[in-house]
Design a binder for this molecule. Structure first.
Ligand SMILES: [Zn+2]
Ligand SMILES: [Zn+2]
Length: 161
């Protein structure tokens, strides 16, 4: 269950991020905080319209990029065709995304390997890892079973940043 973001919380976050509080920014933050799924700009736009808000798609894109700049929203991964960017509120625990190339399902995953990579980068290169942008692609358990592919073709594992 994701934390619900109320208006005053959204307001505080915008101010903390140094952003003027506008109704569009509040709206986008709230939609992302309440979203059950990961949303792209069009998904946010559609939800806004369903809730009776008159915003344009261009406004949603503009709002997202401002929220992204201030770290309130993360652009997390791309769709299978690498064209659509999906977003989520930046307050969730660190996790990575697996996108099924067949059914499009998104699975949130985590692995201790990332923590291990953090230690290795620090030890070997003196680098301090602030965030890792890793995106996995392939076939989910159901799709793999259904097609009997098991080890499916395609480029399998792709790192996207
Ligand atoms: Zn699938
Ligand atoms: Zn996620």
């Amino acid at each position: 269950m994701k934390g619900l973001l109320d208006v005053s919380e959204a307001r505080e976050r915008l101010e903390a991020g140094g952003l003027r509080v506008t109704s569009q920014r509040l709206l986008v933050l709230q939609i992302l905080a309440r979203a059950e799924a990961h949303l792209d700009a069009e998904g946010i736009y559609n939800l806004a319209r369903e809730q009776g808000f008159h915003v344009s798609l261009a406004t949603v894109y503009r709002t997202l990029s401002r929220l992204k700049e201030t770290g309130l929203v993360d652009q997390r991964f791309f769709g299978p065709e690498h064209k659509r960017e999906y977003y989520e509120a930046a307050d969730k625990a660190e996790h990575y995304h697996f996108v099924c190339l067949s059914c499009g399902k998104v699975v949130e995953v985590n692995t201790p390997r990332i923590a291990q990579a953090r230690r290795e980068l620090a030890e070997e290169y003196g680098l301090v890892l602030a965030a890792a942008c890793t995106c996995f692609e392939g076939y989910c358990a159901e799709c793999a079973a259904e097609s009997g592919k098991g080890k499916a073709r395609g480029h399998g594992l792709a790192a996207v940043s």
